[in-house]
Ligand binder design. Sequence first.
Ligand code: DX5
Ligand code: ZN
Length: 224
Amino acid sequence: MTQRPLKIAPSILAADFGSLGDQVIQAQAAGADMIHIDVMDGRFVPNITMGPLIVQAVARVARIPLDVHLMIVEPERYISQFADSGASAITVHVEACPHLHRNLAQIKEVGCRAGVALNPHTPAASIREVLGLISQINVMTVNPGFGGQQFISASTSKISQLRRMALDGGHDIDIEVDGGINSQTIATVQACGANIMVAGSCIFGHADGIAAGIAALRRAAAST
Ligand code: DX5
Ligand code: ZN
């Protein structure tokens, strides 16, 4: 299987919001490939986080793509607002979208990369019919809603299945993993075919700082 380049996507959910701009600049200077922004509405997930204003604030300092993960119901009401705020990629949840095909088309229409996220219980087959519209798949490796949770190891077979489905169908798709990614888990998900690694607590919470957190992840991935 051809390996796609590894991309590190620090999730600002674990950042210090008192100095968010500075934290984003540090992550970027340390070689982050994109900034992951977790939008939660208190309805799809039991937590409320940030909205377009924060995306705009990050966009003012970031020179790398903004990867916006919408953990919200009725995402169609906000897609153009997030695009206007500076999102490069917008990911919606298959469980939140009865009209997923339409929602993906809407994301593409506003000029963003279209992503679909799957909760841990959601099968790979649920997105088979829309693979042609997708630029990236987010395989949730925790139940969405909070940072700092433990990696669900049963999700690894779904990563392999999705990589196989994409290859068999000739689709050029990035596979992102989100939740509990750290130096212990990164090599396993990479071997299964994931290439975008979202990581919050192990980067922004690293004892030696953000750059050390990113470097540790790259070392752990390269050691396989
Ligand atoms: C969880 C979010 C994740 C979260 C990951 O619902 O989608 O992006 O920030 O956090 P860690 O890396 O701490 O598990
Ligand atoms: Zn996320």
